[in-house]
Design a protein around this ligand. Structure first.
Ligand code: SAM
Length: 337
């Protein structure tokens, strides 16, 4: 009664009464999809007191390497951002709603159509998304199911294919620094026929633990996860043609970044792809909260910038999906010539 009267009165004055739509919390905080049940055994394997995770925590805590120095990935951050069981949700590894800010279903469709228009190897049909471990996925009639994991990975591999003919390289070796749960390792394994070794390394024991689990779960035989204690003894049969660092240097200290670049140089790595968190700025995360420019460190390790551009070349797409990330592609040594 009161509502009807109020509405009438408001309308007479040129206003209206409308119910406020409850804001979707997924655009503000960590979340995961419950659509796909966890695979058998995952509850037991993905627990904070798993013996392998406890062992990894000891190994990382005792490591003298600067790469193991904890930055923003401390206990508080992990407690707030990560449920080990749902590691493919929107969390510390891959934002899926928070990155786009609103209208995710519409934006992922635009991203899907953009990739479909330039997919010479048919990777969209080859890569599969099952939504496992809490991953948010999107279904559109007539298209394969997609997720940010799948679309970003294909976009990155397409970019690398254009720069260095990635899909045609035989005996391909890739090193992934700050590999997270193994997102790109899994996609590279599915899409690159010449891949012989994809090495995942990370400065955070929880990430190494999840990558070991996930890549085993996906049956990625060419993937190898090294914990920080195994780094000094790692000697590849040949120099890696490529190293990648996606949204990871920006989350560590300068001393860790310098350590990883020196390690890549010692391996003889030929190319390096970096995607920082802050568009075109390369800013580290120091323990006191300050941020330092890490761009000068590449030259120190012999890496020369060969290409940089937005991850989405179409400026309208960039504006509509609200993503301003950039690729930075480096060459080293003979490859730089
Ligand atoms: C935002 S996640 C990105 C994960 C992955 N690159 C991807 O794109 O799916 C950042 C990654 O950096 C890793 N990281 C944080 N500190 C690190 C360090 N000191 N050395 C190496 N990796 C680190 C985290 O463990 C995590 O895997």
């Amino acid at each position: 009664m009161l509502k009807t009267w109020l509405r009438k009165a408001l309308r007479a004055a040129g206003y209206d009464l409308v119910r406020r739509r409850r804001a979707d919390a997924r655009y503000r905080q960590a979340s995961h999809s419950a659509a796909m049940p966890l695979p058998e055994g995952a509850e037991q394997d993905l627990r904070a007191d798993h013996p392998r995770l406890l062992e990894l925590r000891r190994i990382y805590a005792q490591s003298p390497l600067p790469m193991a120095a904890r930055g923003m990935w401390g206990e508080d951050y992990l407690a707030r951002e990560l449920d080990l069981r749902y590691f493919r949700g929107d969390n510390a590894y891959v934002w899926q709603f928070r990155n786009v800010g609103a209208q995710a279903r519409l934006k992922y469709y635009l991203l899907l159509r953009d990739i479909a228009a330039r997919d010479p190897h048919g990777w969209l049909q080859l890569a599969e998304e099952d939504g496992a471990f809490g991953c948010w996925s999107f279904d559109y009639p007539g298209w394969p199911r997609v997720s940010r994991d799948l679309l970003d990975s294909i976009n990155e591999l397409l970019y690398l294919d254009a720069r260095m003919g990635l899909a045609g390289i035989e005996a391909l070796r890739i090193v992934d620094i700050g590999a997270g749960y193994g997102r790109l390792a899994h996609r590279a394994h599915a899409l690159l026929p010449g891949l012989v070794e994809y090495v995942c390394v990370d400065g955070v024991p929880e990430s190494t633990f999840l990558a070991e689990y996930y890549l085993r779960h996906r049956g990625c035989e060419q993937a190898r996860v090294l914990d920080i204690g195994q780094l000094p003894d790692y000697a590849p049969a040949a120099a890696p043609q490529l190293a990648v660092n996606i949204h990871s240097f920006s989350e560590m200290r300068l001393e860790s970044i310098r350590g990883w670049l020196a390690w890549l140089a010692a391996l003889g790595t030929q190319h390096l792809l970096v995607v920082p968190n802050d568009a075109q700025q390369m800013l580290s995360m120091e323990p006191d909260g300050t941020r330092q420019d890490f761009a000068p460190l590449f030259a120190e390790a012999g890496f020369t910038l060969a290409d940089t551009r937005p991850v989405h070349e179409d400026p309208t797409l960039r504006e509509l999906v609200n993503v301003s990330d950039h690729y930075f592609f480096y060459r080293r040594g003979a490859a730089a010539a």
